[in-house]
Design a protein around this ligand. Structure first.
Ligand SMILES: [Zn+2]
Length: 364
């Protein structure tokens, strides 16, 4: 089969389209024909070698994808033709797996990290790595939405306990996980403040449903949030940026406020003033992906059209530095389409093994 691999960590130019052995399944595994694979920030970190994770080279990246079961090896609960999306390969027997928190499994394997990823025609992985995909959800939608919507649900609803009428600040809200969070916060009946770094993004976020927007590059985020909340502060902050933005968040929380966080691309190590942290009973809550139940739930909401990825963009270019938009470009929300932050990948049809190709880093 054809697959996109890299033999050394580095920029997009290290990606090569190569002919590799088609995988075969052993007991309990599925072979899935890839329908669409997303470009996640995680894939960029894996390729560049900045992820704090051991990756064996050469490596096929691609953590998020959806496809159809092409072969099975008993025992497993899937049949050939079943539509599936990727999840982590959990052990099914540790304390976390047995208590429905399998996102914290002690022995999980990861497609695109510890296992070969989805920038290929086929993926082989344990059946526990997959969740069924409703027929109404296209592969492209499932590929770009699984991690962002699943994670946003886990952060806001399960970990953040967002309540109707509460004020939530969603940072870097024009991102994939941010636009997912806005839609879920709307469902929860929360009052939404969205922050982003450009006027164009703010305009789109208002159209998507944010009640208030703040440009954190030109405005004082703390002052704006305190003014909007009449001095009370935000009840919940949806954080995935880190760095300077995280430091500001500590100064705009309401008493008893919570911060849920799942990322730190702008700075992984931050200072924390412990005095207001305990005097005002703040909570800082780490979040890691989502559970299979949460993923299945958001897939149903996507199938019903209750949730929609803000936009999908075809991200593969066949020639260096050339960016290609697919004719199948899917402007799925009709409300938010300014600067797509999601992408999906499909295998190019006319290429030769060894050809060097470049991905547009749409999430960079
Ligand atoms: Zn486990």
């Amino acid at each position: 089969m054809r697959a996109v691999r890299f033999h050394d960590f580095g920029p997009p130019a290290v990606l090569r389209l190569e002919e590799v052995p088609t995988p075969s399944a052993v007991a309990g595994e599925l072979i899935v024909k890839v329908g669409a694979a997303a470009v996640n920030h995680l894939d960029l970190d894996v390729r560049s070698g900045t992820l704090r994770w051991s990756v064996r080279l050469p490596h096929i990246p691609g953590t998020e994808f959806a496809g159809e079961v092409a072969a099975t090896a008993a025992p497993c609960d899937f049949a050939v033709g079943d539509r599936v999306v990727a999840y982590e390969g959990t052990c099914g027997s540790c304390a976390f797996c047995l208590s429905g928190r399998e996102n914290l499994c002690y022995a999980a394997t990861h497609i695109g990290l510890t296992l070969a990823g989805a920038y290929a025609e086929y993926v082989v992985a344990p059946a526990r790595c997959f969740v069924r995909l409703p027929d109404a959800v296209p592969f492209e939608t499932a590929a770009v939405a699984q991690l962002s919507f699943g994670t946003a649900w886990h952060m806001l609803m399960t970990r953040g306990h967002l309540q109707r009428g509460e004020t939530v600040l969603i940072n870097a809200a024009a991102s994939a996980v941010g636009t997912a969070a806005i839609q879920i916060a709307q469902l929860a009946g929360a009052h939404i403040i969205a922050s982003a770094g450009s006027a164009t993004k703010l305009h789109s976020l208002r159209a998507l449903g944010a009640d208030h927007v703040v440009n954190y590059t030109t405005e004082d985020l703390v002052a704006q949030v305190m003014a909007i909340t009449e001095g009370r502060g935000a009840d919940l902050v949806f954080e995935h940026v880190g760095g300077q933005l995280f430091a500001q968040v500590m100064r705009l929380l309401a008493r008893g406020g919570r911060i849920v966080t799942c990322g730190a691309h702008a700075g992984e190590v931050v200072a924390l003033d412990l005095i207001p942290f305990f005097r005002r009973e703040f909570s800082l809550i780490g979040c890691r992906r989502c559970t299979t139940a949460e993923l299945a739930h958001v897939l149903v909401l996507l199938a019903q059209g209750v949730l929609r990825p803000s936009s999908i963009e075809f991200c593969l270019s066949h020639k260096l530095k050339r960016r290609t938009k697919s004719s199948r470009h899917a402007k799925t929300s009709g409300k938010f389409c300014s600067r797509p932050k999601l992408g999906f990948f499909t295998m190019p049809r006319k290429t030769s093994p060894g050809q060097r190709i470049t991905f547009h880093d749409c999430n960079a």
